[in-house]
Design a protein around this ligand. Structure first.
Ligand code: ADP
Ligand SMILES: Cc1cn([C@H]2C[C@H](O)[C@@H](COP(=O)(O)O)O2)c(=O)[nH]c1=O
Ligand code: ZN
Length: 208
């Protein structure tokens, strides 16, 4: 879908930068798609730098790793401004788990793109309650290109847009995979949320 245009051109025109966002629920293929685009840019001999939030230690402290074990080396960063310092001179910057950064990620991506860098951000558009997550809504609004990918609902097999939390925690950030989350379509997500809202005695009557 995306080509790998040479950054800079023969006529000494300024480098063109832009922002691409890949969003969706957990298990929807965001990381696979990010790795695919970055790999193609490297094949085109572009200088690529990849970042992820330092708090994301789920599969690896350094690599970006997909649920089906595709991986690519990255630099973990605590705050978005580190990306500006570390990405100087890059043609392409990839950022995974964008939802875990604060809103300054939006300005950092804008600065990179203004200076001619192609920026690709992958992240959850919604949290486990279906609320817009971190800087993702503002990035979606300001990106030139947006791709929403979908998982398969583990309850019914339809396309899934929601990350349903099966773990008990109510904090917005809870690292996990299939131990803590399920990809669900809208009706199956709503059904799960309604069941959770029932008093516990009624819940066990419903599930048994
Ligand atoms: N419910 C599901 N729907 C689709 N893919 C799933 C599901 N559960 C596990 N997977 C696996 O997850 C892979 C996508 O992983 P990944 O790119 O890391 O997704 P994301 O970054 O969106 O969480 C799929 O190729 C598939 O192998
Ligand atoms: C929905 C939701 C998810 N998380 C965490 C769980 C995972 O560690 C990541 C998402 O990873 P993926 O590559 O998209 O599968 O985010 C969270 O902390 N809070 C949530 O509400
Ligand atoms: Zn479903």
């Amino acid at each position: 879908m995306f080509i790998e245009p040479r950054v800079g051109n023969r006529h000494n025109a300024p480098r063109r930068g832009w922002i691409e966002v890949v969003c969706g629920s957990m298990f929807s293929g965001k990381t696979e798609e990010l790795i695919r685009r970055l790999t193609r840019a490297r094949i085109a001999r572009q200088q690529v730098e990849i970042f992820k939030p330092a708090l994301d230690t789920r599969y690896d402290t350094e690599d970006v790793v997909s649920h089906n074990a595709a991986r690519i080396r990255s630099t973990p960063v605590a705050i978005p401004s580190e990306i500006l310092l570390l990405a100087a001179g890059s043609d392409v910057v990839g950022i995974d788990e964008g939802q875990f950064f604060d809103n300054s990620l939006v300005e950092v991506c804008q600065q990179l793109a203004d200076n001619g860098t192609r920026v690709i951000v992958a992240g959850l558009d919604m949290d486990y309650l279906g609320r817009p997550f971190g800087p993702m809504p503002a990035l979606l609004a300001t990106a030139e290109f947006v791709t929403k990918v979908h998982a398969v609902c583990v309850c019914c097999g339809e396309i899934a847009s929601y990350s349903y939390r099966i773990a008990a925690s109510e904090s917005q950030v809870l690292l996990g995979e299939t131990d803590s989350y399920e990809a669900r379509c809208r009706p199956c997500f709503l059904e799960g949320m309604q069941t959770k809202a029932l008093p516990s005695a009624t819940q066990s009557a419903v599930t048994h």
